[in-house]
Design a protein around this ligand. Sequence first.
Ligand code: ASP
Ligand code: MG
Length: 431
Amino acid sequence: MKVYKFGGASVRSADGVRNLCDIVREETEPLFVVVSAMGKTTNALEGVLERFMAGDRDGALDGFAQVERNHEEILAGLFPEGVPATVAGAVEALYAKARGVLLSGGAREADYDRWYDRIVSFGELISTTIVSAYLERAGVPNRWIDMRRCFVTSTRHRDANINLPLSAPLLKRAVAGTPVRVFVGQGFIGSTAAGDPTTLGREGSDYSAAVAANILDAESLSIWKDVEGILNADPKLFADTVYIPELTYLDAIELAYSGAQIIHPKTIKPLQNKNIPLYVRPFSDKGKPGSVIRGEMTGRIEAPILILKPNQVLLSIRPKDFSFVIEDRMVYIFSLLEQYRIRTNLIQSSAVNLSICVDASRHLKEVAERLRQEFRVVYNSDMELLTIRGYTPPLYEKYAESSNAYLIQKTRKMVRIVRRTFPWRPQTNIY
Ligand code: ASP
Ligand code: MG
C-alpha cells in the first residue's frame, strides 16, 4: 500500500482533479488517497462560520451558496456531458446537510470550536465525494472512505489528535475485503468517540495521511504539491531559493515547528515510528523526483534554511516588585497559556524577566489581563519569528544585527530572531 495526499491547490479546478486522476491511474499498487478541501474552500467555510456565529443566518447561507457554486463549476468541468444524477445527488445531499446545520442557529461563542468542526468539515466531505465519483467515471474503481468513522480523535475541537490504537482497527476494516485497489478518504477530519465531528488543525490533511500510512503500514507517503519539492525558504519571500532533495525526520520536525509551511508539524511522528519515507512531489510534473524526508540522509544539506513565522506577539513578563523571581511562577504562566491554547514559539528568561513569543490569538488580551494581576506585562504585536538553520556569519550579520530585531536566540546550528513585521515586503534575496 502507498498513501498519496493531494492538497487544496491540487484540486482547485477540474484540470487539477483530472491531473490527480492521471497520477492515481499510473500507480499499480494499492493506494490510499487523502484529499483536502478544494482550493480555498476551508477559508470560505471559515467565513461562513463567522457569520453564523454572529447570528447572521442569511449571510452564512449566502456564503455557503458561493461554496456550492464553486463546486458546481468544478463538477461541470469534470462532467461536460452532464453530471450523473447519482453524483449530483450525493453532493446535493451534503449541501443540504450543511445548510441544515446553518439553519439550526443558537450557537454560543463558548461552543465556537465545535461549530467550527461541524461546518468546516464539509469541505473535505464534498471534495472527496467529487474526486471519488470522477475517478470511478474515468475508469478507476475506488471506495470512498468516511474518515469520521475511521479516525477517533481527542475532543480538542479544531485541533484534535488522532487516537491511534482506537483508529487502527477501524481504518483497517474499512479497506479490507474488497478487490478495489484505490481508496479515497478525507484529510483533516475525524470524530470524537461520541461521534462529534472534529478537525485536526489547519493544513491537517498531511497529518491524516501520515496516520493512515502508519496504520496501513504503507511503504511510502507522497504529498503532491504545487512546488518542485522542499525549498530552503518561501519563494514568495525570497528570490534566490534552492531546492533541498533530502531531509531527516528530525530536520523536518524542527522546520515544521518553526513555521515552515511545507508540512504540518504533526505529520512526522507517525511516519518516523514506522520508518515510512515521505516524498514531497510536484503535482504538475510527476516526472520530477521532489524531496524525500526519512530517517537517514545520504548527503548533507548545503544551503541555510530560512523560515518565517508570521503573526507573532512578544510578551515580556516581570514581577510587579522583586519579591520573587520569575522562575517560581513559570508553571503558573505556562499553564495559563495552555489553558487558552496559545502556542509558545520561543522562550527567554532571566531572574526577573520572561520573554515569550507566541502565536497571535483571539484570547491573548484575556491572558494578558489575568497576568497583569501579578506581573507587569508588556505586549508587542505585529511581530514575526525568523528561524535560520545552518546560518553563516554574513547571514547572522544581515538578519540578527538589523534594527528591527527585538530578541535573538542562537545555538551553533540555528539562530532565531523575533522582529517587527515589515509593513510591506518585496521579494528579496536571502544573501
Ligand atoms: N482543508 C484544510 C485546510 O485548508 C486542511 C488541509 O488542507 O490540509 O487547512
Ligand atoms: Mg492544504
